[in-house]
Ligand binder design. Structure first.
Ligand code: XLS
Ligand code: NI
Ligand code: NI
Length: 441
C-alpha cells in the first residue's frame, strides 16, 4: 500500500517489492514473494512475518557502555501521548512499506508507563484506540501482545514468582491490561516471556513455591482471557538465563513438562527464539523438533546469536544452513500452530541510517523464504524422507509393529533377542544427510 500517514518518517523509501534473486536493488526482496505458493500455501501464510515494536521503534541502540545512537525522528515529544502516537505513525508506515502483515508488542512499548498504575491504564487505553484505527486502515494484524513485567525495578525479584505477594498482584493487574489491549486489537495470540521468573541465588529462593505461583498465575490469566472471549493461543517463550542466572522456562522440554504439570497444556504452546535456544546450548532445530514432537510448535521469534560470545545479541538471521534445517522441521510439522515469524531482532548500534532497519527485515524475510524453498525441494525431490523412513522400517511390520502397538511385553522382547543372536550394524548415514542439505542449498 502507498504511504498514507500524516508525516512521512522513512522518506525516500518506497514499498518493498519482490524482484527476484537477480535483482541488485538492496531495497527489494530476492526470495520472499508473498503470493508464491510453496508446499500448498502462499509464503505470506506460511510465515506471518511480524515486526517487533520494541526493537524497531523503541530500542535506540543503548548498551551498558553507552547511550542510544539511533536518534529516531518519532518519540521526541515531551508529551507521552503525542510521542506514542508519533511512534505508532512511524510503526505503521514502516510495516506497510515492508509489506508485512503483523506486529507484536509489549504494553509499554506502545506508550511510556506512567507514575501510577491507574494513569498507566488510561494511557494504554488511549493509545490502543489510536492503534486500532491505524492497524485497520493499514490492514495490519496483531500476531501477539505481551506485558513487560521485567524492566520496572519493582520486578527485580520476579513478577509471577516474586516473593512479595503485592508485587505478584501488581504484575497480574498489568497482565490483565495487556490482555485487554491484545483482545481490543484482535490479537491472534498472547505471549508470556518470564524474563525475571527465576533466581539469582538459590540461597534466598523457594523454588517449589515460585513454580506453584507461576502455574496458578498463568491459569488465572488464561481463565480471565477466555472469559473475555479470547480464542487465541497463549505462548510461553523459553529462555534459560539473562537477565536471571537461571530462568524457570529454561527450554522447550522444560516448559512442556511445566505446562503438563500445571494443567495448561491445552491452552498454551511455545514461542521459540533462536538466540534463546543457543543460550540453552541447543540448536533452534532441536527446540523446534522437541516442540513439534508434542504438538507444541506455536510461534517463532527469529534472530541469531553470535558464536564468539555468549549473550542474547538478537541479530537478524542470516545463516542459510541453520534456517534450512529449521524449515525442514517447520514443514514436517505442518507449520506453526497459531503463531508466525516475529523478528525479535535489532540492528547493530552502529547501523544508524533510516534504511538499515529495512535491510535487516528484508534480509530476514529473504533467508526464511530461501530456507523454505530449499526445504520444500529437499522433502519433495531428494532421498531425505525415504532415508529417514528406512531407518525406522523395522517397526513397519512384524514384531516391530507389534511393539509399537503395545502387544509385546519385556519377556517377549527377551525371546526375540535370544532368537536373533548378534545383529548387523545399521549406519546412521549422517554425512549423507548433511551432504543432501548442502547439495540443495
Ligand atoms: C527477550 C525476549 C523478549 C520476548 C517478549 O529476550 O525475547 O523480547 O520476546 O517479552
Ligand atoms: Ni530474546
Ligand atoms: Ni523474544
Amino acid at each position: 500500500m502507498a504511504f498514507i500517514g500524516n508525516k512521512e518518517y522513512f522518506k525516500g523509501i518506497a514499498d518493498i517489492k519482490f524482484e527476484g534473486k537477480l535483482s541488485d536493488n538492496p531495497l527489494a526482496y530476492k526470495y520472499y514473494n508473498p503470493e508464491q505458493v510453496v508446499a500448498g500455501k502462499p509464503m505470506r501464510e506460511h510465515f506471518k512475518f511480524a515486526v517487533a515494536y520494541w526493537h524497531t521503534f523503541c530500542g535506540q541502540g543503548a548498551d551498558p557502555f553507552g547511550p542510544g545512537t539511533q536518534n529516531f525522528p518519532w518519540d521526541q515529544s515531551q508529551d507521552p501521548i503525542v510521542a506514542a502516537k508519533e511512534k505508532a505513525d512511524a510503526a505503521f508506515e514502516f510495516i506497510s512499506k515492508l509489506g508485512f502483515d503483523y506486529f507484536c508488542f509489549h504494553d509499554f512499548d506502545l506508550i511510556q508507563e506512567a507514575n501510577s498504575f491507574s494513569e498507566s491504564e488510561k494511557r494504554l487505553s488511549t493509545i490502543v484506540d489510536y492503534i486500532k484505527e491505524k492497524k485497520e486502515a493499514a490492514g495490519i494484524n496483531l500476531l501477539w501482545g505481551t506485558a513487560n513485567c521485567f524492566s520496572n525495578p519493582r520486578y527485580m525479584n520476579g513478577a509471577a514468582t516474586n516473593p512479595d505477594f503485592n508485587v505478584l498482584a501488581r504484575a497480574a493487574g498489568q497482565v490483565k491490561l495487556a490482555l485487554d489491549a491484545t483482545i481490543a486489537l484482535n490479537g491472534e495470540n498472547y505471549v508470556f516471556w518470564g524474563g525475571r521468573e527465576g533466581y539469582m541465588s538459590l540461597l534466598n529462593t523457594n523454588v517449589k513455591k515460585e513454580l506453584d505461583h507461576m502455574g496458578r498465575f498463568l491459569a488465572l490469566a488464561r481463565d480471565y482471557a477466555r472469559d473475555q472471549g479470547f480464542k487465541g493461543t497463549f505462548f510461553i517463550e523459553p529462555k534459560p538465563m539473562e537477565p536471571m542466572k537461571h530462568q524457570y522456562d529454561f527450554d522447550a522440554a522444560t516448559v512442556i513438562g511445566f505446562l503438563n504439570q500445571y494443567g495448561l497444556q491445552d491452552d498454551f504452546k511455545l514461542n521459540l527464539e533462536v538466540n534463546h535456544a543457543t543460550l540453552a546450548s541447543h540448536t533452534m532445530q532441536h527446540e523446534m523438533e522437541i516442540a513439534a514432537s508434542q504438538g507444541m510448535l506455536g510461534s517463532i521469534d527469529a534472530n541469531r546469536g553470535d558464536y564468539q560470545n555468549g549473550w542474547d545479541t538478537d541479530q537478524f538471521p542470516n545463516n542459510i544452513n541453520e534456517v534450512t534445517e529449521a524449515m525442514l522441521v517447520f514443514l514436517k510439522a505442518g507449520g506453526l500452530q497459531g503463531g508466525g515469524i516475529n523478528f525479535d531482532a535489532k540492528i547493530r548500534r552502529n547501523s544508524t541510517d533510516m534504511e538499515d532497519v529495512f535491510y535487516a527485515h528484508i534480509g530476514g524475510a529473504d533467508i526464511f523464504a530461501r530456507g523454505l524453498l530449499i526445504a520444500d525441494k529437499i522433502i519433495s525431490t531428494s532421498q531425505y524422507d525415504a532415508l529417514r523412513a528406512q531407518r525406522y522400517s523395522s517397526f513397519d511390520s512384524g514384531k516391530g509393529k507389534d511393539f509399537e502397538a503395545g502387544k509385546l511385553d519385556l519377556k517377549a522382547l527377551y525371546e526375540i533377542a535370544l532368537e536373533n543372536g548378534e545383529l548387523d550394524l545399521q549406519s546412521g548415514k549422517q554425512e549423507l544427510f548433511e551432504n543432501i542439505i548442502n547439495q540443495y542449498i
